[in-house]
Design a binder for this molecule. Sequence first.
Ligand code: G3P
Ligand code: CA
Length: 243
Amino acid sequence: MTQLINFAHRGASAVCPENTMAAFAKGLELGATGIETDVQMTKDGRLVLIHDESVTRTTGAKGLVQDYTYEELSKLDAGSWFGEDFHGERIPLLEELLELTKSHGTIINIELKNSIIQYPEMEKRVIEAVSHYKMSEQIVISSFNHYSLVECKNIDPEIRTGLLYGEGLYKPWEYAKLAKADALHADHRAVLPEWVTEAKQSGVVYHPWTVNTEERMKALIKAEVAGIITDYPDVLSRLLQTK
Ligand code: G3P
Ligand code: CA
């Protein structure tokens, strides 16, 4: 059986400021075999790793990512909000994460944050960056914007995609097929073991999020999901070693 992917959600975001190089490096140190991250686009078309459309929550500055050039954005402090030890952490470029993880063979789940703001050609730019680093096989692109996932497949039919949703879809694996997605990125509370089995029979795997208790991790490991997205990759790593 293939090893379950242990995705550190926004990096090791329980102990480091989310979506920073410190969080990604810490995720790897704590046993993550995957990293989940969120991508937005600057005014000058650079792909940057930050969860919110606005820079306020994680940098204290004002405004939207799309209104900053990368040079302006790179001067913001994305670490101090979490703790003074992280003062000076920056908002990274997607390329920096790819460079860090390429040689580790880490699976990178790139979430396109393009449901609220429709960034022009974001899909093309992300796929170009990934293919520049020759990392297509290490990537799963996910989004709540399912048109965007289809667009990714139109650009590169081999790129893996994950359909993000909350709950309430009837037979989501059938809908995943319609959207040409390889994986279901579901809120973990909306995942039943029998659905994992049925999805797998249709060739669709589950990567539930955001699983932060041992009890749910154990249940999902038992259900044989293909990956788990967690803020605590160390806890999941320990459970996977003792199973
Ligand atoms: O990709 C799973 C999860 O990250 C989606 O929600 O808000 O944490 O990006 P959010
Ligand atoms: Ca995310």
